[in-house]
Write a protein that binds this ligand. Structure first.
Ligand code: AMP
Ligand code: GLY
Length: 417
């Protein structure tokens, strides 16, 4: 069986790592992948130099090479309509269509869907004009959350503690068009621990994976700028099982059903970014894909054959994932300066003798030597019978791999201690 994985980061390395363990012994192709993905053992691997968003090029490759299944990592490919093109051509793909992926691509669409189907989320209003948005702000005051409606590389959300901060964000987004011409969603400020609940979805079928927690800020104690994510762990003890079950029944399943009713059935990974508020779990955002770095801990914690699960799900057969009894903790090593300016081609060390699972987020191999090739470079995943043990294991791995050019957060999973 030939599988194509689209993407080039730690998330895709984790997907490939898990697929490589399948009893179906697949042959793996990566477009464009990273060099770390070529180190997977007991499986044939190959990188193909096609960009994630080159839908025509990817489709031609799949046809020419008889690829049996394509699995998509990044959101950009979804918004280019990769699933639509593949489905039209009769090619098997595990990814949502553009219309279904709008649940991530448009905050307004997601919020209106939740309002229509009574899916718990923060109260909100949408604005296109600065004057109207400012008038609403003057009426409701701060704290308030302001979100640009569209893909803004994770920088489109401002949690404003004061009215001045909120006004600045509105000016930025609606007057100066910082992310392009667009709308903003203004949301009620919610409080509580956040968690990521990913589910494998096909139509109304929803198969939840284990719950994880991301760490978006660059530095310890949640200080510093927002990043793509500096670490994650699973399971999350501060979120009781009853609340997770509630979220599956009252958020994930109704959302999948709502998308079917709206004529945009979802196929792929539906990612709920949720917050456990005093009134129960509420949706902060949805993504239409695997989360990064959550995937780097959630897939190791998945017992079962991911490839077989995807194939069964695509045929609407029953799928029952089992969660590992272990805890997993993933710590990201990033280039100093990230998420601002940073250097590439920083030399890395000890990658070939790590005893932990290490996913490559941004690396390259030149003449047998490993170098960085991005802001987030590696994700070191520790495992243990308890969170404490998993954390200890992960940080032992970090000690082995750290160099003076890299930094990491020392408090991944602080909410679990
Ligand atoms: P998002 O891109 O929508 O996930 O937002 C990024 C981050 O902003 C979230 O992870 C939360 O920490 C915070 N956030 C977003 N919406 C809210 C809200 N309504 N109340 C409080 N914090 C929020
Ligand atoms: N970890 C958050 C995301 O993947 O968007």
């Amino acid at each position: 069986m030939k599988i194509l994985v689209i993407g080039r980061g730690g998330r895709e390395h984790a997907i490939a790592w898990k697929l490589a363990q399948s009893a179906l012994k697949p042959q793996l192709f990566f477009a464009p992948g990273n060099d770390g993905m070529l180190t997977l053992r007991n499986v044939e691997t190959c990188r193909v130099p096609i960009e994630e968003t080159d839908v025509e090029g990817l489709l031609a490759f799949v046809k020419e090479n008889g690829i049996d299944l394509t699995v998509v990592g990044p959101e950009a490919a979804l918004m280019c309509g990769i699933a639509d093109a593949f489905k039209a051509a009769g090619e098997r793909i595990f990814a949502p269509t553009r219309e279904a992926a709008l649940i991530e691509g448009s905050k307004q669409f997601a919020k209106e869907l939740m309002a229509k189907y009574d899916i718990p989320t923060a109260r909100f209003r949408t604005f296109e004009q600065y004057d109207a948005a400012k008038a609403y702000l003057d009426e409701v005051g701060a704290p308030i959350v302001i979100k640009y409606d569209g893909l803004a590389a994770g920088k489109g959300v401002v949690v404003a503690q004061t009215q001045e901060e909120a006004d600045e964000a509105l000016r930025d987004m609606l007057l100066d068009n910082r992310f392009g011409q667009g709308k903003v969603v203004m949301e009620e400020f919610l409080q509580g621990p956040e968690f990521s609940l990913m589910a494998m979805v096909n139509g109304e079928q929803v198969v939840p994976l284990s719950v994880a927690q991301d760490h978006k800020r660059a530095y310890d104690h949640d200080k510093g700028p927002n990043t793509g994510g500096m670490g994650a762990y699973t399971p999350v003890p501060v979120i009781p099982k009853a609340q997770i079950d509630w979220a599956v029944e009252h958020i994930m399943k109704p959302t999948a059903a709502a998308l079917v009713k709206e004529g945009r059935p979802f196929c792929g990974i539906l990612y709920g970014g949720l917050m456990l508020t005093q009134d129960g779990p509420k949706v902060i955002e949805f993504n239409a894909r695997f989360g990064d770095p959550e995937t780097e801990v959630v897939l190791p914690a998945l017992e079962g054959d991911l490839l077989q699960m995807i194939l069964d799900l695509l045929e609407h057969k029953p799928v029952a994932p089992a969660c590992s009894a272990y805890s997993y903790c993933g710590v990201v090593l990033a280039a100093k300066g990230y998420p601002g300016k940073y250097e590439k081609k920083l030399p890395l060390r000890n990658l070939d003798n790590a005893s932990q699972t290490v996913f490559h987020m941004g690396t390259q191999r030149v003449d047998g030597q490993w170098y960085s090739n991005g802001g987030r470079v590696l994700c070191v995943v520790g495992r243990g019978n308890t969170f404490e043990e998993a954390r200890k294991d992960a940080y032992e791995g970090v000690e082995n791999l750290i160099t003076p050019d890299l930094f990491y957060r020392t408090d991944i999973g602080w909410q679990a201690i």
